[in-house]
Design a protein around this ligand. Structure first.
Ligand code: DX5
Ligand code: ZN
Length: 218
């Protein structure tokens, strides 16, 4: 099953609850939570308090994307009954194996993300351990950037490796996804689709979510 994870980074924070209600009613599956620290990435977004303000207000699970240095220090803050995934960056984790085990110790699924310039081979010895691999299709830090097409080869390789070795991770893509390019990435093996500006920047958010879901059915 392919799932849509709208990123609230592009939502209107003056009415966040309302906007999340719209995507939930329209059929979105997951809420993507982009946490930026101004160090690992050149931008600051929001922290666990904002995410936790949605607990109980929506039934959708959270997909927490930590674009921060020293994520181990903050992982526990993002554990809630609604947290499905906590995703850390390979580039931010000198002890990636330990960090992945730490996330799993909370009973939360653990994911690893790689930047556009990072080789998939850096994950060779962790793929067996993770529940999710997030392929960045923009350089992390900002919503509304242009999709980097070389992400597709990583998705294809991840799908092949997964099948060859009977591994269990889901494949996620994040950055610059829109109605024009989404089918290409889902055909290649993406199961969790992040979309920020193309959902919350739409004039009709409800209709846009439904357009994505319709493409998933094709
Ligand atoms: C980028 C974030 C993305 C971003 C996606 O650093 O990780 O999740 O919000 O936004 P769009 O879909 O606008 O590229
Ligand atoms: Zn993200």
């Amino acid at each position: 099953m392919i799932r849509l994870a709208p990123s609230i980074l592009s939502a209107d924070f003056s009415c966040l609850g309302e906007q999340v209600g719209i995507i939930e009613k329209a059929g979105a599956h997951v809420i993507h939570i982009d946490v930026m620290d101004g160090h690992f990435v050149p931008n600051i977004s929001y922290g666990a308090t904002v995410m936790k303000s949605l607990c109980g207000k929506t039934k959708l699970p959270f997909d927490v994307h930590l674009m921060i240095e020293n994520p181990d220090r903050y992982i526990a803050d993002f554990v809630t009954d609604q947290t499905e995934f906590i995703v850390v960056h390979q580039e931010a984790c000198p002890h990636l194996h330990r960090t992945i085990q730490y996330i799993k110790s909370f009973g939360v699924k653990a994911g690893v993300a790689i930047n556009p310039g990072t080789s998939l081979s850096t994950l060779d010895f962790i793929l067996e351990e993770v529940d999710l691999v997030l392929v960045m299709s923009v350089n992390p830090g900002f919503g509304g950037q242009k999709y980097i097409p070389s992400a597709l080869a990583k998705v294809e390789a991840l799908k092949q490796i997964k099948e060859l070795h009977s591994l269990n991770y889901e494949i996620e893509i994040d950055g610059g996804i829109n109605l024009e390019n989404v089918k290409t990435v889902t055909d290649a093996g993406v199961e969790l689709v992040v979309a920020g500006s193309s959902v919350f920047g739409a004039e009709d958010i409800d209709a846009r979510v439904k357009e994505f879901l319709k493409i998933f059915e094709q």
